[in-house]
Design a protein around this ligand. Structure first.
Ligand SMILES: Nc1nc2c(ncn2[C@@H]2O[C@H](COP(=O)(O)OP(=O)(O)OP(=O)(O)O)[C@@H](O)[C@H]2O)c(=O)[nH]1
Length: 518
């Protein structure tokens, strides 16, 4: 009887151990799921920074982000990760194809240069050396940009020799037009700080008496500066794209490995559990069925030793599982730490770029893209609250004559000063953007029909009172303003059209005035 009691207590102990092992295993699984879930959320957020590379990829990433926040089980995310990885690889190949096409284009231009008979031997030699260089593999956009620069150099050289050969090029009206267009485009481009002095010199040159050679130089310099900027942009976004690609591959592999492994361990554990349960049952049956204590003892001893061995195998299996999980986590953590560094610097740049993209580089006022955004936002507010909303278009009067009389640079400065005056004459809730050229658009909410006329006339007067002095001459610069209030059942772009038509009227009615379309 004593033996029997002892056996029963041993079995109870074993059952408790078994239960504790099961609880530990469940906790382990839960922990693993929480960690991977966090990881996938992280990937989802990172993918946001990858936007804008290609439309299909954008859509996929958006879908992935949405799904990652909804998946119950990690393994469900696997097909999506595979798909995104495929698209990222596709994007990489696309860039490579483009590079190859550019290289072919460069080759064609080179052949043309080689056909120019008047080119001196030295230049021909350089071109042929360049051609050899071009046949070496190019892996990235920034590898090929210097080649384009070099090519432009060859062209420049040939052109210069034509000019040196006595063919002095006369300045035609079309050249002046080109100079004017270049000056205008430059005003609309945001150059880096270290490029601005160079750009300023070009602007000055373009606003004076131009020469064809100078114009060619200016075009070449601006092109080179732009190409340099493009290369920097590309390289930053590509590096990030590749890093994200690598991290996604690593995560996918780990998820896929741990999924396969979990499947195998699940089967093994199932078998072991069955074995252990049947051993426990056997012991129970033996206690009930066998009366001879010696037989019972030997039976129980045998069953207990099998139980012990099954439990030992189960423990080993769990330990292996834990070790594997730790290793996977380590791999992912390493990969993600690297990616996280890459992402934060990339995001910072994107944020800076976004700010630049919404600012007009000359006046530092919001630009047309920013205006579109704000118009939509104000229009939504208008539809919700039905408070008054005004669109006003202001245009500097006879601005062309300022450029013509005092030069483009003075024109630019005038634009900057007027932009500031407009901004300062409005409240924080009101908005002004440079629409283009010498035209500005204001969005004015929450002002009644009886007050708008006074408000806009105050803005007009403020500009008129700026004490401009050009070449020692006191100059008064005025603006004309047209405005309209957003009506029910009207789109804000239609209001803009009405305000623009009112401005047209103001221009025709002697300028320096405000006309409100009612
Ligand atoms: N300096 C400078 N001039 C600009 C810029 N953008 C546009 N312009 C000039 O602005 C002038 C606009 O001329 P017009 O459209 O004929 O108008 P306006 O002379 O202001 O005459 P009204 O509008 O009829 O009063 C053109 O000469 C443009 O070259 C810029 O960024 N800087």
């Amino acid at each position: 009887m004593k033996d029997q009691n002892e056996t029963i207590s041993q079995i109870t102990l074993l059952k408790q151990k078994l239960h504790a092992a099961k609880v530990a295993l469940d906790e382990l699984n839960e922990d693993r799921n929480t960690k991977l879930q966090t990881l996938l959320q992280f990937i989802a957020n990172l993918s946001l920074a990858c936007k804008g590379q290609n439309l299909e990829l954008d859509n996929k990433l958006a879908k992935l982000r949405h799904q990652l926040s909804n998946f119950d089980r990690l393994d469900d995310a696997l097909p999506e990760l595979v798909e995104v990885e495929r698209l990222l690889k596709g994007q990489y190949h696309h860039v490579m194809v483009q590079l190859e096409e550019s290289r072919a284009g460069l080759g064609r231009v080179l052949r043309q240069i080689q056909r120019v008979d008047s080119a001196p031997d030295k230049l021909k030699k350089e071109v042929s050396y360049f051609k050899q260089e071009l046949s070496k593999p190019l892996h990235t956009v920034w590898d090929y940009i210097p080649k384009v620069e070099q090519l432009i150099g060859f062209y420049d050289d040939i052109l210069a020799r034509h000019v040196d050969a006595g063919e002095k090029l006369t300045v035609l009206p079309k050249h002046r037009q080109l100079a004017h267009e270049l000056a205008q485009s430059i005003s609309e481009i945001e150059f880096r700080k270290d490029q601005r002095d160079q750009v300023l010199v070009i602007k000055e040159m373009l606003s004076g008496e131009i020469e064809v050679e100078g114009l060619l130089d200016a075009y070449q310099t601006i092109l080179t500066l732009l190409i340099d900027n493009i290369a920097r942009e590309k390289s930053a976004s590509q590096e990030f794209l590749y890093a994200l690609n690598d991290a996604l591959s690593a995560v996918r592999e780990v998820v896929s490995d741990s999924y396969n492994h979990a499947q195998r361990s699940h089967q093994l554990k199932h078998q072991l559990n069955r074995e252990i349960n049947s051993r426990v049952d056997n012991v129970g049956e033996a206690i009930v069925d066998i009366n001879d204590i010696t037989v019972l003892k030997s039976q129980i001893t045998e069953q207990l030793s099998s139980l012990r061995s099954a439990l030992a195998r189960k423990e080993a299996l769990e330990q292996r599982e834990q070790a594997l999980l730790r290793k996977s986590m380590e791999t992912m953590r390493k990969e993600l730490n690297e990616l996280s560094d890459e992402a934060s610097s990339y995001k910072e740049r994107l944020f800076e770029q976004q700010k630049l993209n919404l600012l007009d580089s000359l006046t530092q006022l919001p630009n047309r893209a920013a205006l579109e955004e704000r118009m939509e936002q104000e229009f939504r507010n208008f539809q919700r609250h039905k408070h008054p909303l005004w669109v006003a278009v202001a245009d500097i009067d006879h601005f062309k004559s300022i450029n013509d009389s005092f030069g483009h640079t003075t024109g630019d400065k005038t634009l900057q000063v007027i932009a500031m005056a407009l901004k300062n004459s409005l409240r924080d809730t009101e908005f002004v953007a440079r629409y283009g050229g010498e035209e500005f658009v204001m969005l004015i909410p929450d002002v009644s029909s009886s007050d708008i006329d006074q408000l806009l006339n105050r803005v007009r007067e403020k500009v008129k009172n700026i004490p401009f002095k050009f070449k020692n001459q006191r100059i008064t610069v005025t603006v004309s303003i047209g405005a309209a209030r957003v009506m029910d059942n009207e789109l804000i772009h239609e209001t803009f059209e009405r305000a623009d038509a009112a401005l047209y009227k103001a221009k025709h009615e002697s300028r320096d005035r405000v006309i409100i379309d009612i």
